[in-house]
Each structure stands twice: as structure tokens, then as C-alpha cells.
Ligand binder design. Structure first.
Ligand code: CTP
Length: 408
């Protein structure tokens, strides 16, 4: 674990959350991976875990105050530390510290180093669910992302308050994995990460349109392609939201997943997040929904049964109408005939930047398979046929292509 961490200088910031206790294990794991660790903590963090514990594990004095004690110290340490670090990891990051960082406060060694740092900064929020989802915290996290900070979505689970929700600090092993991936991408790409600081919104899976309390209309989508796209975007450093119809899949670690059932619910959650930098509509959204949902189970009778269906909102087309110049909109087209011409029509009519054409005609392609064979079509006309490959690889290549300048 942590091969890319070897030899790195890691600034580790710890703030006043109960999750501060995880810092001890985190330091041990980082030291085991041969990193040099300098811990910085807030006064409040010191109420949860003694600085002496952290100093002993890291082998360096844990710093709290920006001004040194007595007259002997050097008060420009925050500047030299900002230059020393290869990365500044703030875990756990409380709502209070996030607010301070968003607005440039520097009232402790930790916040001053963050302001002075030339290295990338990774923030692991940890707090109670309601504090995390509060618009003030979300707005502050958006500000941090706009500065290029790498914000890692907290885990969902039991919180210190006893409530269940978003806001748990990932386990130290997972934090190490995040840092490792971060350095791996850094060396692969020659820059931090290609999607660092970007907000990526992905939809996945089928939708279900209720006929009555028992039955629904749906399709064969399993969600695999969308979940692989979410995992790839997360690995590339983006802040990822996955709006998912019903599937049996587990959302990738660190991705914020919003489960939905119907096309209308999916539309509602996507439109709430349409400010994202990249939106990929990989979901197989139902085009029709029953005009009336029966309140009671529909009983069988003799003869045929007719059901009136009405159109659902075309989410991608609506997003296309309001697309910003700096936004990337990607759709999928599942076609069984006239593949390229049908897909190109969709690309134009929905005003997407890319359409990913796939077909369920051949084995190994389309719904419910681990592999896919797609052709990427750009709005300027270029076509990139990809060979049959795992959906994981397809996902990575999609991000590689959409990040490149396009040649028609
Ligand atoms: N899509 C959407 N909202 C819908 C239907 C589709 O956002 N109500 C999106 C899909 O997520 C996909 C793209 O539009 O990215 C194309 O979906 P597809 O089912 O292939 O095409 P449709 O537009 O539904 O056209 P048709 O079914 O007539 O082929």
C-alpha cells in the first residue's frame, strides 16, 4: 500500500473533530510507506488527541500556534512549511476550518500554512450530516474546489452523534489510498490530476415508472457503465456525484451517490446539480411513464389491457438548452439500426458535446455485460471507434478523450 507516497513530504492538518483520533493510525501508515510527515493541528483538535502522541509517531514536533513560544523561534515557519510539503492533507477537516480556508483566515499554524502552501491541498471533511449538507458548508467546499483544492466526499454511515448520514471520515487506510492515487496521477500525467477541482455529475442505471403499487415499466440497464465512469472520474481527482436508478452495485468509494427511482426523480436531482463542470448522462432513462398511476393493484380482467403512457422529460435535451460554454455535456446513444446517423441526430438535437454510441446487437456490448464497444462522436464531427474492452477501460478512455483538444 502507498508505493507512490515513498519519499514524499506530507503536511498533515488535524482539526477539532472526534475523528481526530484516526490521525494516529494515519501517521503510522504514512511513515510505514516511507513518507516524511509534519503534523499541524488546531487548538480544538488537541482536545481530542494529544499533540505529544502525534509528535511521537511522526518524529517531528506537532505545530499549533502560528507564533513560536518565547523569543527563540522563527515566525516564518508557515512559509517554509508551505514550500516543504509535496501535499497538504487536512483530515479531518471540520466545518469551521473549511469556512476559514474558504475565506482566507490564517489564525493558526494550520490555516496559515494552507494559505502559504504552493503544494496541492486535499481536504477530507468530517462532521455531522446536517452540518455537511448545510448550504453554507457546501458553498464553502465549492469555493475550495474553485481554488483547486481536492475535496474528498466523506463516507455515509453512523456518526458520533448516533445519527446516520454523510460526514464520516474515511478510515486511515482509505485516506492513504487517496493520497497514493493522487501522487500516482501526478506522476502519470505530469500535472496534479486532470480533473482536480472539477465537479462531475454522472447518471447511471435504469429508471422505473410505476403502473400501480406493485408494478413498473423499466429496462435492462444494470448501471455498470455509469458506475465505472464515476470511479474513473473520482480516481482522476474530480468531485463526483452519481445520480443512480435502482441497481445492485455499490457506489465507488468517495463518490456521493443519490439513489432515485423514476425518470422524474432523476430529472429533479440532475437539474439541482446542473452547475457541474462535466455531466455524463449514462442512465437509460425511461422515455414514457404511465399517464395515470393506479392507486390500487390493477386487477386482471378478460380481453386486452391498454395503458396510456405520456412522455417523460428529456433530461439531456433540457441540459443542452442551458449548456454553459465552459461545460461539457456527454450523452449515450443506444441504437439497434442506422447506428452513427441516429446517434449523430441525438447529439445535435440534444446539444451535447459528445455522444457515446453503443449497441446491444452484438455479444459483449450494451446492457448487463462487463465489456462494451463504443464509438465516441464529437459535435464537430470526429468519430473515435474504441475496440471491445472492459467498461472500466472504456470509462478511462472516455475521460482521456473528452479532456483532449478535438480535431475534426
Ligand atoms: N436521455 C435523457 N432523458 C430521457 C431519455 C434519454 O436524458 N428522458 C438521455 C440518455 O441518458 C442518453 C441520451 O439521452 O444519454 C440518449 O438516450 P437514448 O435512450 O439512446 O435515446 P432517446 O433520446 O431516448 O431516443 P430513442 O429512445 O428514440 O432512441
Amino acid at each position: 500500500m502507498g508505493v507512490h507516497i515513498k519519499g514524499k513530504n506530507i503536511l498533515l492538518g488535524i482539526t477539532g473533530s472526534i475523528a481526530a483520533y484516526k490521525a494516529a493510525t494515519l501517521i503510522r501508515l504514512l511513515k510505514k510507506a516511507d513518507a516524511d510527515v509534519q503534523t499541524l493541528m488546531t487548538q480544538d483538535a488537541a482536545r481530542f488527541i494529544p499533540p505529544l502522541t502525534l509528535s511521537t509517531l511522526s518524529g517531528k514536533e506537532t505545530l499549533i500556534d502560528i507564533f513560536p513560544e518565547g523569543d527563540s523561534g522563527v515566525w516564518t515557519k508557515h512559509i517554509s512549511l508551505g514550500l516543504w510539503g509535496n501535499v497538504f492533507v487536512i483530515a479531518p477537516a471540520t466545518a469551521q476550518t473549511i469556512a476559514k480556508l474558504a475565506h482566507g483566515f490564517c489564525d493558526s499554524m494550520l490555516t496559515a500554512v494552507a494559505l502559504a502552501a504552493r503544494c496541492p491541498i486535499m481536504v477530507f471533511p468530517a462532521m455531522d450530516h446536517d452540518m455537511y449538507v448545510h448550504p453554507a458548508t457546501q458553498a464553502n467546499l465549492d469555493i475550495l474546489r474553485s481554488y483547486g483544492y481536492h475535496v474528498i466526499t466523506p463516507d455515509h454511515g453512523e456518526l458520533a452523534s448516533g445519527l446516520i448520514g454523510m460526514g464520516r471520515l474515511p478510515e486511515p487506510e482509505q485516506i492513504v489510498e487517496h493520497i497514493d492515487t493522487f501522487f500516482a496521477n501526478d506522476s502519470n500525467n505530469g500535472e496534479l490530476t486532470p480533473l482536480n477541482g472539477k465537479r462531475v455529475l454522472i447518471t447511471a442505471g435504469p429508471t422505473r415508472e410505476a403502473l400501480d403499487p406493485i408494478r413498473f415499466i423499466s429496462n435492462h440497464s444494470t448501471g455498470t457503465m455509469g458506475y465505472e465512469l464515476a470511479a474513473a472520474a473520482q480516481e482522476l481527482g474530480a468531485s463526483v456525484t452519481l445520480v443512480s436508478g435502482p441497481t445492485h452495485l455499490t457506489p465507488p468509494h468517495g463518490v456521493s451517490c443519490i439513489p432515485v427511482t423514476s425518470a422524474a426523480e432523476m430529472a429533479e436531482h440532475v437539474f439541482q446539480r446542473q452547475h457541474a463542470d462535466i455531466i455524463i448522462m449514462a442512465a437509460a432513462v425511461g422515455d414514457y411513464t404511465p399517464a395515470q398511476v393506479a392507486e390500487q393493484k390493477i386487477k386482471k380482467a378478460s380481453g386486452t389491457l391498454s395503458i396510456d403512457l405520456k412522455r417523460t422529460t428529456d433530461i439531456l435535451a433540457e441540459l443542452g438548452k442551458k449548456k454553459r460554454a465552459d461545460q461539457l455535456l456527454v450523452g449515450f446513444a443506444l441504437e439497434t439500426e442506422n447506428l452513427v446517423s441516429n446517434a449523430t441526430k441525438k447529439l445535435k438535437s440534444k446539444n451535447a458535446d459528445w455522444i457515446i454510441l453503443n449497441s446491444p446487437n452484438k455479444e459483449g456490448e450494451g446492457f448487463g455485460t462487463a465489456t462494451n464497444k463504443v464509438t465516441m462522436i464529437h459535435r464537430e464531427g470526429s468519430q473515435i471507434p474504441l475496440p471491445l474492452m472492459s467498461k472500466k477501460e472504456v470509462a478511462r478512455l472516455i475521460f482521456e478523450q473528452i479532456g483532449k483538444p478535438v480535431t475534426s
